[in-house]
Design a protein around this ligand. Structure first.
Ligand code: SAH
Ligand code: F3S
Length: 441
């Protein structure tokens, strides 16, 4: 019996990285590798990384420190860094982190077996393979779906981003925007359904820019939602400038499209939005919110906000808080501005808001959002929610955890056999992050 070589992979950052790691797993498994959850057992250690903020990179560097000790004990172990940090830093990473044998970017994973062969055969000692490829969609690679719950899975519909927001590293690390053939998207979803998945999340940096021949995002969403009315469809991320009423109308026409739109605003100040090169104004953004509320009234709305972007004044900050008051987001991801090398902002704008001010503004934003999230949760109390059950809660085997159509987590007591099913749950209370409910039927 020959023992299969084992790889271990760790994933940081966004859902697209989770999906990419599943592609990587499939590529390795097709070449005779087996996955292990224990890096002490692994012949190959991979870290799929994020570069969007500096602290994301620091976390990865910390992990590399740990893998260095593994390699000290077992020098044959190969360590590779994948993803956005690899694409950003290239050779520099090999110089700075001598634990690394190779570095690859988001568009080169199909060469992984070749890279490993070359390292194994001693043809090369260190490899950096980071060429961006504006046609790479991994069309012929099905992801090795291993989502924890077997209920929800991801499908990447666009790769890259052409928006070039002033603060953002993504266009540099993930390259040009491109869309996947809708026929392949549908095949992939049908494959996931066969494996028992019940919910699919369509992924793109800006899903509203999806287009493949004459299929735009609205049409794709309609096609995907029509595959099976029992399958719930989510999507991430929408972009304020490009979100069309047509998409909202498709949502309204399909009950199985989740009532949730993630629409990053970043700032409520027109002056800052312009500096960020976001391409919309606060008035435009508020008009999009109005359209969502009119066309899909039960839709939850979430956002991303950056505190302390270049030249942000107290007045700009107040404009952000004012916009938050006007919209009343159900949830938000909030960050303090972190300058990223080579972005438009890093090259042209001063990172001049003092750290204490960034932190104070961020805290004010978080506090305000906590109040809005509280109110949003309060509105859910006393109502019956259709919940897709994902798993048992980590607190007790008797408690199940699922999400409603709006994407909120609901915990309730019921039998494990309900995992993967839709159930009606009446919400009676909530904690900061979850709704608490009782099973109705
Ligand atoms: N495609 C998404 C964003 C992807 S990055 C969009 O349309 O906006 C995810 C979030 O990280 C962004 O929405 C932004 O709020 C935050 N972010 C990106 N770059 C950042 C930076 N340099 N500093 C702080 N936050 C940043
Ligand atoms: Fe980044 Fe803006 Fe694209 S935030 S991912 S450049 S939409």
């Amino acid at each position: 019996m020959t023992l299969m070589k084992k790889f271990y992979i760790e994933t940081y950052g966004c859902q697209m990285n989770v999906y990419d790691s599943q592609l990587v797993k499939r590529i390795l498994m097709d070449h005779g590798w087996d996955e292990t959850q224990d890096f002490h057992q692994a012949d190959l250690i991979l870290v799929n990384t994020c570069a969007v903020r500096e602290n994301a990179e620091q976390r990865v560097r910390g992990r590399l420190g740990l893998f260095k000790t593994v390699k000290r004990d077992r020098p044959t172990v190969k360590v590779g860094l994948l993803g956005c940090m690899g694409q950003r830093l290239k050779e520099q990473l090999i110089e700075e982190e001598n634990v690394l044998d190779f570095v690859m970017g988001p568009d080169t994973y199909r060469r992984l077996p070749v890279v490993l062969d070359e390292l194994h055969n001693g043809i090369k000692n260190k490899i950096v393979d980071v060429k961006l490829d504006k046609t790479e969609m991994y069309d012929d690679v099905l992801p090795e779906r291993d989502d924890q719950t077997r209920v929800t899975t991801f499908v990447t519909i666009t790769r890259g981003c052409d928006n070039m927001c002033a603060f953002c590293i993504v266009p540099f690390t993930r390259g040009r925007e491109r869309s996947k053939d809708p026929r392949l998207i549908i095949q992939e979803i049908e494959d996931a359904l066969k494996q028992g998945y019940k919910e699919v999340m369509l992924l793109g940096q800006n899903v509203d820019k999806y287009h493949y021949q004459d299929v735009n995002f609205a049409r794709l969403l309609d096609m995907v939602a029509s595959i099976d009315p029992q399958m719930r469809v989510r999507f991430l991320t929408s972009y304020p400038q490009d979100l069309k009423n047509e998409v909202l109308e498709v949502m309204a026409g399909h009950e199985n499209i989740a009532r949730n739109i993630h629409l990053p605003v970043q700032s409520g100040s027109n002056r800052i939005l312009e500096l960020m090169r976001r391409g919309y104004t606060r008035e435009w953004y508020l008009d999009r919110i109005k359209a969502i509320r009119e066309i899909v009234p039960d839709c939850a709305i979430g956002t991303d906000i950056i505190a302390g972007f270049c030249t942000e004044t107290e007045e700009d900050h107040q404009q952000t808080m004012d916009l938050m008051d006007k919209v009343q987001f159900d949830y938000a991801y909030m960050f303090k501005y972190s300058e990223r090398p080579n972005t438009y902002a890093a090259r042209n704008l001063p990172d001049d808001v003092p750290e204490e001010t960034k932190i104070r503004r961020l805290n004010e934003i978080i506090e305000l959002q906590n109040r809005h999230s509280y109110q949003s949760n309060q509105r859910d109390v006393g109502k019956i929610h259709q919940v897709l059950v994902e798993k048992t809660s980590h607190r007790s085997e008797k408690q199940l955890l699922g999400r409603n159509s709006q994407g909120k987590v609901i915990i309730f007591e019921a039998d494990k056999s309900l995992i993967g099913q839709y159930v009606d749950v009446e919400v009676y209370d909530f904690t900061q992050a979850t709704l608490l409910g009782r099973l109705k039927k």
